[in-house]
Design a binder for this molecule. Structure first.
Ligand code: GLP
Length: 261
């Protein structure tokens, strides 16, 4: 796992944007795994800005797959993760609607939604680069603590803490759905490159557990330790509880620029 500590969330966002652009330049039909929440926003802002400025690559052949989706919101509700990723990223990059995917939360087909989504990802050739945030309790996508490290896409029940964390996007905590569909930790591990971005002191404990704690279902994000190409982008505040922070800084400072992340 590579840990990169930057001076700000915007600097982390620029590094991730560089990696995504390099991927799309070398593979125009790349498959991008997208995350929602506040953490990836600096990446999306940067990608859309560069695209509008005309310095970014063409995204015409790219496909995106969201990590997760709420169950129970009306179709098109502005807080569905599908509407969110359109608004924050894919509309700005000019992706056609059919290239932007998310788990299907229609209530009458939930039992098959996981397997259908996994097939869709496999048919696209698998995810090349998966963006990830981390929950304050260490959750990854919507895999709450206790999720199997081998789990596949399925329905999950959110913890009270996650619903409270996400209440800021809704009128109140009672409006946050209880159920979700989420890629499993086993599904996420199949992406070829994992890029987790976190900023702010609120994430420092979860980041320390994920990066330096034991690999454990108690901290779902610790599953990144099992992946051969995982990059963790942190600002100083999110990195504050890491015991080996100085070493990570040293390693990154010595890294040849051509390597990217
Ligand atoms: C949500 C999402 C996750 C996200 C996490 C952190 O519950 N399902 O994918 O990583 O919470 O969100 P934020 O980045 O807003 O702190």
């Amino acid at each position: 796992m590579e840990v990169v500590i930057t001076s700000s969330a915007a600097a982390s966002g620029a590094l991730a944007a560089d990696a995504i652009e390099a991927l799309v330049r070398s593979k125009p039909a790349a498959v991008l795994g997208t995350a929602t929440g506040s953490s990836p926003l600096p990446i999306y802002t940067e990608l859309v800005r560069r695209h509008r400025d005309g310095t970014g690559p063409s995204y015409d052949e790219v496909q995106t797959f969201n990590l997760d989706e709420y169950v129970g919101l009306p179709v098109g509700h502005e807080q569905t993760y599908l509407a969110t990723i359109h608004r924050e990223l894919t509309d700005g990059l000019g992706l056609a609607e059919a290239r932007v995917h998310g788990p299907d939360p229609a209530e009458d087909s939930i039992p098959t939604a996981g397997a259908r989504y996994e097939s869709l990802i496999a048919d696209a050739g698998g995810v090349d680069l998966q963006l990830l945030g981390i929950g304050s309790d260490g959750h990854l996508a919507f895999n709450e603590p206790g999720s199997s490290l081998a789990s596949r896409t399925r329905i999950k029940t959110l913890t009270k803490r996650t619903r409270e964390d996400n209440a800021r996007f809704f009128g109140s905590v009672d409006d946050v759905p209880v159920h979700v569909l989420t890629q499993g930790l086993g599904t996420i591990l199949e992406a070829r490159h994992l890029v987790l971005i976190a900023s702010g002191s609120r994430k420092a404990d979860a980041v320390a557990a994920a990066v330096e704690g034991p690999v454990s279902a108690t901290c779902p994000a610790s599953v990144l330790q099992l992946h051969p190409h995982a990059t963790v982008l942190l600002d100083d505040a999110a990195a504050a509880r890491l015991r080996r922070a100085d070493y990570y800084r040293e390693v990154y400072a010595a890294k040849p620029a051509w390597q990217g992340i």
